[in-house]
Design a protein. Structure first.
Length: 171
């Protein structure tokens, strides 16, 4: 997996190349801050960790997840983030399906030897439950504002808690 990780884009390269939702990507990244509880969790994690993300710039969930992972990487040098295209990496995507679907983003947690120890995606658990119970059946035009509102209220807290919670505290 090391080779694939190294082929991935940095967040800044990804951000510089976005074509869909360009303004939204930049706005969310500019406003993204690490919640104190995420800082505390990240500081307690030992060792070097690589976060390999499958995403596309058109994905409404990815636009609310990746900026917080970028802030994590910026604040904690023992985390490295790289992004691969879902559509250009079907083998990796097919190993991380959500109920048989190619849902993104997918965040793979790789140790310092690039072995996958866990993965997360495509959205935080509480939002996924809400999506399945209430949002899924709405029209596309009604869905996106509901999802965006949830992410705006959460401000990365649940996403980061779930991802960091998959990393062993001590190595």
């Amino acid at each position: 997996m090391e080779e694939r990780f190294l082929q991935g884009e940095t967040f800044q390269d990804f951000l510089d190349s976005v074509q869909s939702h360009e303004t939204l990507w930049h706005q969310i990244y500019e406003r993204a801050e690490l919640p104190p509880e995420a800082e505390e969790s990240a500081a307690a994690i030992r060792g070097d960790w690589n976060l390999l993300v499958l995403a596309e710039d058109w994905c409404g969930d990815a636009v609310h997840v990746l900026p917080y992972l970028a802030r994590l990487e910026e604040a904690f040098p023992h985390f490295q983030l790289r992004i691969l295209s879902r559509d250009q990496n079907p083998d990796i995507m097919d190993a991380h399906l959500t109920n048989g679907a190619r849902s993104i983003p997918v965040v793979m947690v790789l140790d310092d030897e690039f072995r996958e120890v866990a993965w997360w995606g495509p959205r935080p658990g509480p939002l996924q439950e809400l999506f399945l119970a209430e949002i899924k059946h709405l029209s596309k035009e009604e869905r996106f504002p509901r999802i965006r509102a949830w992410f705006a209220r959460d401000r990365g807290r649940t996403t980061l808690a779930e991802i960091l919670g998959r990393i062993p505290v001590s190595v």
